[in-house]
Design a protein around this ligand. Structure first.
Ligand code: SF4
Length: 420
């Protein structure tokens, strides 16, 4: 059995380093479902019914046969099954420590022409397009689901509504327009990796739309999936500031995972006025004390489901000599996260030896992304739509893990330690 699996893994590994996306998909289907009958080589080459050969099969998303093949493959969740088998093999080989993980996300350009874009108001033009590409159909399905949910909650009329995003790609509407200093302004997806810090094995991977909210949500999903699938709960998780939200930190602490993550905090003022750090929280009385010694109280209102606003009294501020350094409004407001206690606990970890060690180990996930882009050329996606991004990210993570596994098998036969 071991010989059989090794032969298959090595064959898969050799193919992964050289094969195109379409042939990988076909190969993986054969690997996991030997009884499945893949399309004939000639069919794939010519486009599965595209007799003219004008449209290569891998670009087709509208021909009924091609749609059926692609959708059957995706529904089978074959890639995730293979990925989890490789992670399981890495655990069995002792490549996964299981006590310290790191998480990060990296932008990948979507396969679109950035000039083919429109404002969100143009989204309804897709409503009547039954023959739209898979990427557009996926986007419309997401909008429909959101509209139906709002209608069920009594918050809408069930009609398909456009989004509030400023720019939407006409070829891949789920990609996110990002205009940020230092990177090419275009449409992107995110690759999200959760790695084990011992040898950098990727224990989970997921392609998502590019947004901070998606990053923290998928971090929970990936960690929860690893806990459930492999029964591993790390003692600590390293991540950058994007993962330092109160919600995620609370989620981690509740599950016994120590977050070695800088706390997300935008309360520092750059205009010379007092910052939140200049106000002292009195836990017993549940008030903030301002630099003039006055109380800021909480009325019981919770903003956005998790922000507690504390306000000073108009009478105190009117008579205050420090007001020019405090606020231009009639009163001063200081916000407190509903999980601020957890945030304070995580702040207290910064500067510890273990936290510093996690910061060093976190570099390994950045190296995985560098490898992903430089060696596997995933700086630009080849498939469109969110499911295409998910497949490509998972496939690349799978290939990276296979390389690690093959390297370990080879190096374990050599004298000397295995490099991290
Ligand atoms: S302006 Fe109000 S909140 Fe600010 S220091 Fe003075 S009394 Fe305190």
């Amino acid at each position: 059995m071991i010989v059989f699996l090794s032969t298959r893994l090595l064959a898969l590994y050799r193919s992964l380093t050289a094969a195109s996306s379409a042939s990988l998909v076909a190969m993986l289907t054969r690997l996991i479902q030997p009884s499945a009958r893949p399309p004939a080589r000639e069919q794939l080459r010519r486009g599965n019914g595209h007799d003219s050969g004008a449209v290569p099969a891998r670009q087709c998303g509208t021909h009924p046969d091609c749609r059926a093949i692609h959708e059957r493959f995706r529904e089978s969740d074959v890639l995730r099954g293979v990925f989890e088998r490789i992670v399981g093999a890495s655990i069995a080989a002792g490549l996964v420590g299981g006590d310290a993980f790191s998480v990060d996300a990296s932008l990948i350009k979507a396969d679109v022409n950035k000039r083919k874009r429109s404002s969100a108001e143009a989204a309804p033009r897709w409503q009547a397009v039954d023959q739209a590409s898979r990427a557009v159909r996926e986007y419309i399905a997401v909008l429909d689901a959101a509209s139906a949910e709002r209608a069920a909650d009594g918050g809408g009329n069930g009609r398909r509504d456009g989004e509030t995003r400023k720019e939407i790609s006409e070829t891949d509407p789920q990609a996110t327009w990002i205009a940020r200093k230092g990177i090419d302004t275009t449409f992107y997806y995110d690759a999200n990796y959760l790695i084990d810090n011992r040898f950098g094995i990727i224990v989970d991977a997921e392609g998502t739309r590019s947004s901070l909210r998606e990053e923290t949500t998928i971090a929970e999903t990936m960690l929860g999936r690893v806990m459930a699938r492999f029964g591993m709960t790390p003692q600590r998780l390293a991540g950058d500031t994007a993962y330092g939200t109160g919600r995620l930190l609370k989620w981690l602490v509740d599950r016994g995972v120590t977050p070695h993550v800088p706390v997300w905090d935008r309360s520092a003022r750059v205009d010379g006025k007092f910052s939140k750090a200049d106000f002292t929280f009195d836990r017993e009385r549940n008030v903030y004390i301002c630099p003039a010694g006055k109380e800021l109280t909480h009325s019981g209102v919770i903003d956005q489901g998790r922000i507690l606003p504390y306000r000073s009294s108009t009478r105190d501020c009117m008579r205050c000599d420090l007001k020019p350094r405090c606020t231009t409004a009639t009163t001063r407001k200081v916000s407190r996260d509903i999980d601020e206690d957890v945030r304070d606990y995580v702040r207290s970890l910064e500067g510890t030896e273990a936290f510093a060690q996690s910061c060093v180990e976190r570099k390994k996930v950045e190296m995985r992304f560098a490898h992903m882009k430089r060696i596997h050329k995933l700086d630009r996606l080849r498939l469109r739509g969110l499911t295409g991004a998910k497949d490509e990210v998972l496939l690349t993570a799978l290939a990276q893990n296979l390389k690690r596994l093959a390297k370990f098998v080879w190096q374990s036969a050599q004298p000397g330690p295995m490099p991290a």
